[in-house]
Design a protein around this ligand. Structure first.
Ligand code: URA
Length: 237
């Protein structure tokens, strides 16, 4: 991998900024100053230092995004902006993808990574990873709806959902709820409410497994997972 890409991936700025860094002679590879951005390094064997500090290369990236409405949970799209378009160049260099999909009009917690194995495990129906949503519902949500969701409801394609937990925060003409599901069927929350004759008018994902949406993240913002968060996710504590 080129040294400029290596350093950009490791958070030393854009390729342009890295070029300036290289010119300043702050970068050494195996003890030799390197100024040429085209020089190749073996990220698993070469020792790269910046200002004397060793740079440890990491293969995987784990980001937590507060997904805004109007953006697609995909790596590319012909018409719409994707969640990957919201990332900086350094993060995009890792070729990450969203773990599962949130609808275009759904906001909230989205994990973005290039760790295919972890993504696969989190999405596997066998692993039953909890996903918690907040929703505004057009219609009066009742305890009977909660009972139905606990038992499982039939969606429009005949699929019967696994037990889900409904918490009614406010019941009225427009209700406020939280719903925890362990699956990720297409439009699942919306279709579950459709099955009891109600419509979801706003949907936000609050959590996935042990991880929660960070209240400090504005819509469209993201941050790297902390080490403890990644550990908890891997162990699904
Ligand atoms: N359920 C939905 O209906 N939409 C989402 O985006 C996520 C879960």
């Amino acid at each position: 991998m080129r040294i400029d890409k290596f350093l950009s991936n490791m958070g030393y700025g854009s390729r342009k900024e890295v070029k300036v860094l290289l010119k300043s002679k702050a970068v050494e590879v195996n003890g030799q100053a390197v100024r040429d951005p085209k020089v190749h390094v073996d990220e698993t064997a070469d020792i790269v230092t910046v200002g004397g500090e060793k740079v440890d290369y990491t293969e995987f990236i784990y980001l937590l995004m507060n997904k805004p409405q109007g953006v697609i949970s995909a790596t590319e799209d012909k018409y719409d902006q994707t969640v990957i378009d919201l990332l900086g160049e350094a993060e995009q260099n890792f070729e990450p993808f969203p773990v599962g999909r949130l609808d275009k009009d759904t906001e909230g917690f989205l994990l973005i990574t290039n760790d295919g194995k972890l993504a696969h495990e989190l999405l596997s129906p066998k692993k039953h990873v909890d996903k918690k949503y907040f929703a505004l519902i057009d219609g009066v949500v009742t305890e009977e709806d909660g009972d139905a969701f606990r038992r499982g409801v039939m969606l429009d394609d005949g699929y019967v959902t696994k037990p889900a937990v409904l918490e009614i925060l406010k019941s009225g003409e427009q209700s406020e709820i939280q719903l925890t599901i362990t699956e990720g069927k297409f439009h699942q929350v919306k279709r579950m409410f459709q099955s009891v004759g109600k419509e979801v008018t706003y949907l936000k994902r609050l959590s996935m497994g042990p991880l929660e949406l960070d209240p400090n993240l504005q819509l469209g913002e993201y941050r790297h997972l902390a080490e403890e968060e990644l550990e908890a996710l891997k162990q699904r504590k």
